[in-house]
Design a protein around this ligand. Sequence first.
Ligand code: PGA
Length: 256
Amino acid sequence: MFERKPMVAGNWKMNLNLNGAVELVKTVADGIRGVEGVDVLVAPPFTHMAHVRKAIGNSKIFLSGQNMHWEASGAYTGEISGRMLQEATCTHVILGHSERRLIFGETSENIDLKVKAATFLGLIPIVCIGETLEQREADQTFEVIKEQLDLSLHNFKADELMRPSTILAYEPVWAIGTGRTATPGQAQEVHRFIREWIEKNFNTGTAAQVRILYGGSVKPENIVDLMSKPDIDGALVGGASLKGDSFAQIIRYNEA
Ligand code: PGA
């Protein structure tokens, strides 16, 4: 069986002042010294990026944007391009986070354009999908996930090619910032569904290699159980990534 390297990613959202961001990443770097076999990533606010990069020094922490525009440049006030993220030494970009979809009205069609643009540049997209509580309670979870995948990865489907380095993140909206985590069983069921979708639309090899992260109230107390599931390849962490010690504990989940 193909061994997928786990990833623990911290989405800092619109939090932390510059000093706080630099201190946090230093604490994380200290806290993960000697850790191997887990990819670690942080997604700071754009304006903190250069300082966070400097503070990372030689430690192995990937930098990610939290969003980007699909065009390379132009009259798009308030936006950032993929190339700009790369110039800021980002290797990854989070796309389609539910806060972007729900608060800022991003559609799966927008996200598809962003995924295409990021991939073209060689930026690795972390594409987020997930159902709302209403949709889960109406038994629409799989339908919603399938539609988000079909539309957000439409260009991949048209090209019949999905790079195995692409990362997906299943983040049930009802579990984000609520303290209410999906049970490992609930998460595994959706992760399995996503992997089968990749297999159906691309091929078995790609499905075996693409990492699917779980996000939604991940903390040191629940990471071990989540990671015990075969299709959960890591975590996209919000709140608990803002504290260096708890984030490092999540990254060190296999030492628990
Ligand atoms: P949370 O956020 O860990 O605070 O629930 C997760 C996310 O939004 O990526």
